[in-house]
Design a protein around this ligand. Structure first.
Ligand code: NAD
Ligand code: NA
Length: 342
C-alpha cells in the first residue's frame, strides 16, 4: 500500500520504524498490534512513496535519515533501513500560494500514492486545508492525525465524497491515551450513578508536539472534550489540559495524570487518581496503522467520504448518522475489515 506523508516528525519515525521492526519478527507475533491484517492489508505491506517537510535538516535527505533528525526524539529501534526510502520534498510553506499546492498535488499523482497522511504540528489550520486541497486535487485518500480540520471542512469534505475520495479525520484517538482512559472512567461513574463533582486531566511530555501544544492548544482542547463526550453526556465538571508542561528529559514519553471526584450514597466522597505513562508517538502509530489501511480499503472500493470503521479511532470523527447508531456500526465495520484476510 503506497503512502504519502506530510510532516516527518515523531509519529512518522514511530510508524515507519515500527513497520520495519514487525517485518523482522515472526509474522505470528505482533505485540502491540490491534490488527495484523486489516481489509486484506498487512502491517508490513505499507511503504512510503512521497514525503513532505519544511525543516532544512529534513528536506532533501532520505526519509530513513530525516526521521532521526532533531527535534525528533522517538527511540531508535535499530532497524537496518527502509525498503522504500524516498527523499523528503519541500511541502507547503505558504498556504495562500496556489503553486505550492499544485506542486504537492503533482508529486502525489506521480508517486502513485493511495493514501496521504497529514501529520504536521497542531495549530496550522490554513496549512492543513491547503494539504487537504492538494490531496483532493490529486484524487488521493486523506488521513488527518491532527485536530486542525480537514475532514471537518464542509466544502472540501463534500467534494471528496462526490469524487469517491475517502476522508479520514479529524484528530487520531491514541492507542491507549488519556482521552480513552479518562472517558472510560467517567462513563463508569455515570453508569453506576455516582455524581461527578469535578475532574481534571493533566498531560506532560518532552517532545516537539508538547512544546507546540503549549502555544496552540485551542483546537486540541476542544477535540479532547469531544472525545470525552463520545463516552459521557456532560463534561462541564471536567478540566482538560492537553499540555500542562514541557519536561525535556521525558523526550517522547508522555505522562497523564487524571483525577476524578464524585459523590455516592448519602453524599459521601469517591476519588480516583490515575497515572498513565506511554511512549507518545507509539501511541499515535498504533492507530495510524489502522487509519491508513481503512482509508486505502475505502479508496480501492471507490467509497468516498468518511469510512464509518474509523469512528472510534478518532477524537473528532465525522458524524454520519445518529451517534448512538454510528458507534456500534463503526465497531462492526472495523471487525469486518479485521476478519477480511483476502
Ligand atoms: P512533530 O512535531 O514531531 O512533527 C511534525 C513535523 O511536521 C515536523 O517534522 C515538522 O518539521 C513538520 N512540518 C511543520 N510544518 C510543515 C509544513 N508546512 N509542511 C510539511 N511539514 C511540516 O509531531 P508528531 O509528534 O509527529 O505529531 C504530529 C501531529 O499528530 C501533531 O499535530 C500532534 O498533535 C498529532 N497527534 C499526535 C498524537 C500522539 O503522538 N499520540 C495523538 C493525536 C494527535
Ligand atoms: Na507524536
Amino acid at each position: 500500500m503506497k503512502l504519502a506523508i506530510a510532516g516527518v516528525g515523531n509519529n512518522i519515525s514511530a510508524l515507519l520504524q515500527g513497520i520495519t521492526y514487525y517485518g523482522m519478527l515472526d509474522a505470528e507475533m505482533m505485540p502491540g498490534v490491534a490488527h495484523p491484517v486489516l481489509g486484506g492489508i498487512a502491517v508490513t505491506d505499507i511503504e512510503a512513496v512521497a514525503v513532505f517537510d519544511l525543516a532544512p535538516n529534513k528536506v532533501g535527505r532520505k526519509l530513513s535519515d530525516a526521521m532521526f533528525a532533531e527535534p525528533n526524539n522517538y527511540p531508535k529501534l535499530g532497524i537496518p533501513g527502509l525498503d522504500s526510502d524516498p527523499e523528503v520534498t519541500f511541502g507547503i510553506a505558504d498556504p495562500s500560494d496556489q503553486s505550492q499546492i499544485d506542486a504537492v498535488a503533482q508529486v502525489l499523482r506521480d508517486s502513485g500514492a493511495e493514501v496521504f497522511l497529514y501529520s504536521l504540528p497542531t495549530g496550522l489550520p490554513e496549512v492543513a486545508a491547503a494539504y487537504g486541497r492538494a490531496a483532493v486535487d490529486a484524487g488521493v485518500a486523506v488521513v488527518n492525525c491532527t485536530p486542525d480540520p480537514i475532514a471537518g471542512l464542509p466544502e472540501l469534505f463534500a467534494e471528496a465524497r462526490e469524487k469517491n475520495i475517502p476522508m479520514v479525520g479529524d484528530d487520531l484517538q491514541s492507542h491507549i491515551g488519556s482521552s480513552i482512559v479518562h472517558g472510560t472512567v467517567l462513563s463508569l461513574l455515570e453508569e453506576r450513578g455516582i455524581t461527578l463533582t469535578g475532574s481534571y486531566q493533566l498531560n506532560i511530555g518532552g517532545n516537539a508536539d508538547f512544546k507546540n501544544l503549549r502555544e496552540h492548544g485551542g483546537n486540541k482542547e476542544s477535540s479532547k472534550h469531544r472525545a470525552l463526550r463520545q463516552k459521557v453526556s456532560n463534561t462541564d465538571a471536567v478540566t482538560v489540559i492537553p499540555s500542562a508542561g514541557f519536561v525535556g528529559h521525558l523526550e517522547d514519553r508522555k505522562i497523564a495524570h487524571m483525577s476524578v471526584e464524585g459523590r455516592g450514597w448519602a453524599d459521601m466522597p469517591v476519588r480516583l487518581e490515575i497515572s498513565l505513562q506511554v511512549q507518545d508517538s507509539s501511541n499515535a502509530a498504533g492507530v495510524i496503522i489502522d487509519l491508513i489501511r481503512i482509508a486505502a480499503v475505502a479508496a480501492r472500493r471507490g467509497e468516498g467520504g468518511f469510512p464509518v470503521a474509523a469512528t472510534q479511532l478518532l477524537k473528532s470523527p465525522q458524524k454520519l448518522t445518529d451517534w448512538q447508531e454510528q458507534v456500534p456500526n463503526g465497531r462492526a465495520a472495523l471487525s469486518a475489515l479485521a476478519a477480511d484476510h483476502a
